[in-house]
Design a protein around this ligand. Structure first.
Ligand code: SMG
Ligand code: MG
Length: 367
């Protein structure tokens, strides 16, 4: 395969309701899509970087710049193959989300040309995956209980509550009291705590949570290992895991006993599969994270979540969790699950009209 060029397409996607975490409130997503054009056909990539570098060092304008200046030019020339994209981009430090989007687009183009699905290529073993939902920080417990009630009604099989100091024990207690012990429940702090909060975090042990996600700073692997000895609830790293190598290190140090795999955070779906393999070899369960993807990224996440080591429900919610009008056919829950796409490549494509309506900027990068 040979690259012809890449269209960088920015879209604005308003959220159905604000999504508040310990680091920001999102009301709309500014998403960078890549239309990768090759001599064998096209493919779509989605960059999960947020507008500001608050979740990770990457941000959407920075990702576009890295792609335009360094990453896209580096994969020009004959013999383009998705399995070699990461190696060609390795010379550039960081920028995992930008790299992941480019590899995703090349992989989609290649698989579409060959008539193979991403799910099959990655090694999926199920035809549907369970849907969890991530529930933001709210102004009141009542508001939170209403939101959780609605999601449980829709069929979500696992609830994740965003927490921060001052919004942790009480909301978790309230959800447990109202909805009972059978609800699969976990929390995500997005780095909002320090080791000095160990006793407060240990107080969450009373609520039989599946895991506490990323309580401490992303660089604090040793701190997570120390914390893991002071709390009974399993610690699950998200932000800290940026590669298979960092996953292996965190597991070996005892910093994480469950891993949230987000392809964008780790440089792509192929590295995500490697993390799955490392975790499986160590008996560490994994689940698929989310970055409020459109149907494109959602399709790929659902394919990944169908691998055998994904034994916990992921943040693989229906399109309607965030978007009233997705750019692809929406993903809709059926008995709390999403169907794994079976068509070539991602198995979904953007609807022309929806895409046009959401587009704020396009730029063609010829190589
Ligand atoms: O796609 O449902 C989703 C988002 C799930 O909570 C979610 N993601 O830290 O896991 C995480 C966050 C990162 C994005 S917050 C804007
Ligand atoms: Mg997280």
């Amino acid at each position: 395969m040979k690259l012809t060029g890449v269209e960088l397409r920015r879209i604005a996607m308003p959220l159905v309701s604000p999504f508040r975490t310990s680091f920001s409130t999102q009301t709309s997503r500014d998403i960078l899509l890549l239309r990768v054009v090759t001599d064998a056909g096209e493919g779509w990539g989605e960059c999960v970087a947020l507008s500001d570098p608050r979740y990770s060092p990457e941000y959407v304008d920075g990702a576009a710049d890295a792609l335009r200046r360094f990453l896209i030019p580096a994969i020009a020339g004959e013999g383009l193959d998705a399995t070699q994209v990461a190696a060609r981009l390795h010379q550039f430090k960081g920028h995992q989300m930008a790299k992941a989007a480019l590899e995703m687009g090349v992989l989609d183009a290649e698989l579409r040309a060959e008539g193979r699905s991403l799910a099959r290529e990655l090694g999926a073993v199920s035809t549907r995956v369970p849907s969890g939902v991530s529930v933001g920080i709210m102004d009141s417990i009542d508001e939170l209980l209403d939101a959780v009630d609605g999601y449980l009604d829709e069929g979500y099989v696992r609830i994740k509550l965003k927490i921060q100091p001052g919004w942790d024990i009480e909301p978790v207690r309230a959800v447990r009291e109202r909805f009972g012990d059978d609800v699969l429940l976990q929390v995500d702090a997005n780095t909002a705590y320090t080791l000095r909060d160990a006793r407060r975090l240990a107080a969450l042990d009373a609520f039989d949570l599946l895991l506490i996600e990323q309580p401490l700073e992303e660089d604090d692997i040793v701190g997570h290992a120390d914390l893991a000895r002071q709390v009974q609830t399993p610690i699950c790293l998200d932000e800290s895991i940026t590669s298979a190598q960092s996953a292996a290190a965190a597991i070996r140090l005892g910093a994480t006993s469950v891993v949230n795999i987000k392809p964008g955070r780790v440089g792509g779906y192929l590295e995500a599969r490697r993390i799955h393999d490392v975790c499986a070899a160590n008996g560490v369960p994994v689940w698929c994270g989310g970055m409020l993807e459109t149907g494109l990224g959602r399709a790929a996440n659902v394919a990944l979540a169908a691998l055998p080591g994904f034994t916990l429900p992921g943040d693989t919610s229906g399109s309607g969790r965030y978007y009233s009008d997705d750019i692809t056919e929406p993903f809709v829950l059926e008995e709390g699950h999403l169907a794994v796409p079976t068509g070539p490549g991602l198995g979904v494509t953007p609807r022309e009209d929806a895409l046009r309506e959401r587009t704020t900027h396009t730029e063609w990068i010829a190589v």
